[in-house]
Design a protein around this ligand. Structure first.
Ligand SMILES: C[S@@+](CC[C@H](N)C(=O)[O-])C[C@H]1O[C@@H](n2cnc3c(N)ncnc32)[C@H](O)[C@@H]1O
Length: 171
């Protein structure tokens, strides 16, 4: 906490990798704590409870069972806008081999639906971040092309360095 000369106090802005403490950030499709029914979630991911508790202490708003392709219609998200909307490693589930065209279509539909929904939830200069594997067959999803269908332009590709996010476990 910093005190200004006028006596008001404010938090000093902090940056972690691409994210500022001043950003309104929304994460979707979180393996450790979202989308699934709560009890399934807790059975599936043993760290989910402590992660949820920590996030709540930090003032995060936690919503479960939110479909990333329909989130703009969610009552708790209506009229909310974000600086960053992040979907780390989207995946539509295991319904066949990853190189099966049907699976690739399912994954692409998920990412496309996410872009469609997230598009209208950005603040001015807002960004959508998708972390994604770039080897085949994952490269066949072609997220850049999916995004362009909603007039979303690729600004930058960056490597995902897991060490930038201590405590993060990809699910
Ligand atoms: C490979 S996991 C990645 C989980 C987490 N983001 C991470 O980085 O560890 C893919 C996630 O996408 C979620 N997912 C799949 N379809 C979704 C949808 N329509 N809306 C929201 N999440 C979805 C799954 O529940 C799963 O948690």
């Amino acid at each position: 906490m910093i005190s200004a000369e006028n006596g008001e106090s404010y938090e000093k802005e902090k940056w972690v990798s691409h994210y500022s403490s001043n950003h309104q950030v929304m994460l979707v499709g979180e393996g450790d704590f979202s989308f699934s029914e709560f009890d399934i979630l807790v059975k599936k991911y043993k760290n989910a409870i402590s992660n949820l508790e920590n996030l709540e202490k930090l003032g995060a708003c936690l919503l479960h069972d939110v479909d990333a392709t329909k989130m703009k219609h969610h009552t708790d998200l209506a009229n909310r806008k974000f600086d960053r909307i992040i979907f780390n490693f989207p995946h539509a589930g295991f319904h066949g081999k990853e190189d099966n065209p049907h699976m690739i279509r399912m994954h692409r539909n998920l990412v496309q639906g996410f872009f469609r929904s997230a598009r209208g939830m950005l603040r001015a200069n807002g960004e959508i971040h998708v972390n994604h594997k770039t080897n085949t067959p994952f490269s066949l999803w072609n997220p850049k092309k999916l995004a362009s269908g909603f007039s979303l332009a690729l600004i930058q590709r960056v490597d995902f360095n897991v060490e930038d996010y201590p405590g993060y476990h990809n699910k």
